[in-house]
Design a protein around this ligand. Structure first.
Ligand SMILES: O=C(O)c1ccccc1N[C@@H]1O[C@H](COP(=O)(O)O)[C@@H](O)[C@H]1O
Length: 206
């Protein structure tokens, strides 16, 4: 039976079918694959992404993680088995207008500035609040974002989360989803024991 606990978990940054297999019975609710961002060590080619998605358990929602995607990239993503488009950087007008997938708009927080969303409201179903550099395993000052207006959308909290700090993060910002990549890795690869412990802490919280 699907766990109906309050806070959901996204395990982000899969790079292999082996990592996808770790999600079986893990309790994760979402997973993410980085695409079209060669600066990231977690970047996937389209061919690799197709393979990985075949191994993601059906009950887990799949998020295409992008930075300033183009219309051509959106079209490729929409041919694959993704449920959500996560956009860091720029959300181009043509991409927002053409997107058939719901969008999670990601903000990389540096300093204490509070993002002021507003554009393409009808396509956006969630806001991702992340550390300054995507996927770097660094958090931001959660208290500075206490007044962030989620406008009735999901709040996805990312950036430097791990089993040791995720409950404090939930306490601070009351997110709908906690999103982790670096914090469940060992030597740059996903670690089954760390995933298990992270999910346990979140689900125990409630
Ligand atoms: O992981 C990456 O390299 C990445 C690249 C481009 C956009 C987003 C990326 N990762 C996002 O970072 C957070 C969590 O990262 P961490 O736990 O701090 O390592 C998550 O939203 C990922 O989607």
């Amino acid at each position: 039976m699907k766990d109906e606990s309050l806070v959901k978990v996204k395990i982000c940054g899969l790079t292999s079918t082996k990592e996808a297999s770790l999600l079986y019975k893990s309790g994760a609710d979402y997973t993410g694959l980085v695409l079209f961002y060669e600066k990231s060590r977690r970047n996937n080619t389209v061919a690799n992404a197709w393979q990985i998605l075949r191994y993601v358990p059906r009950e887990i929602q799949r998020v295409a993680v992008t930075v300033s995607p183009t219309l051509e990239q959106l079209k490729l993503i929409e041919q694959m088995d993704f449920h959500i488009l996560q956009v860091h950087g720029e959300l181009r007008e043509e991409v927002a207008k053409a997107a058939g997938l719901p969008i999670w708009r990601a903000y990389n927080i540096s300093g204490g500035e509070i993002p002021a969303p507003g554009a393409y409201d009808e396509k956006i179903t969630g806001y991702v609040l992340d550390g300054a550099v995507p996927g770097a395993g660094r958090s931001f000052d959660w208290s500075a974002l206490a007044d962030f207006d989620r406008r009735g959308k999901k709040l996805i909290l990312a950036g430097g989360l791990k089993a040791d700090n995720v409950c404090q993060a939930i306490e601070a910002l009351h997110p709908d989803v906690v999103d982790v990549s670096s914090g469940v890795e060992t030597d740059g690869g996903k670690d089954a024991a760390k995933i298990k412990e992270f999910v346990r802490k979140v689900k125990q919280y409630g």
